[in-house]
Design a protein around this ligand. Sequence first.
Ligand code: SAM
Length: 217
Amino acid sequence: MRFDILTIFPQFIEENPYFKYSIIGRAINKKFIKVKAHDIRKYSKDKHKKVDDIPYGGGAGMVMTCQPIFDAIKAIKKQNKGPVIFLTPHGEKLTHEKAQKLAKKKGVILLCGRYEGVDQRVRDKLIDEEISIGDYVLTGGELPAMIVVDTITRLLPGVLHDDNSALEDSFTEKLEGKKEYPHYTRPEVYKKMKAPKILLSGNHAEIEKWRKAHLKV
Ligand code: SAM
């Protein structure tokens, strides 16, 4: 699966160790996914490579202009036929269900806003979906884009050592859409706190029952 991320800070993506190590790093090395950052500024036709301007109607902050984003998306769409997603607090909240739907695509194009966001005409004309990672405001869309990449990637077959682990996580069908039961590991007693005896019993039916009873809505 291919992720093309449009940003004015491509180095946030390219130089990010999060994409170099562990599960996501391995997924990239093994070519399960490709993550490519695109510098929106490179597409600017302004002689100073400007990508923002003051808002019509006045007010604080700057707005990302149409031209560089229109041209960047046009170019990237030649290589990635997936939906164009704008990360914004206005968007639909990211959920496991949403990630599952996106994980079926061959690619997605992720647009990261900065400042006050992007000119509304970008949203009206170019954006297929808008995603929010929560009801709070970040300084830019790069972290939300990386969160989208992470949550989709771990759902792709072969990415995790054991594909079953993604099928048994919180929000999955196996857990009836609920949140996972508590986990314990060695030692059996730590600072006088004991792991539940049932989990050490070897009785799989009883363990299953205990786990089911400890799912969280
Ligand atoms: N003026 C905007 C508002 O009030 O909704 C906030 C702009 S924010 C400072 C700059 C950019 O960060 C946004 O355009 C968006 O791309 C990204 N962003 C901030 N919070 C986000 C969130 N909760 N989910 C997704 N993207 C977010």
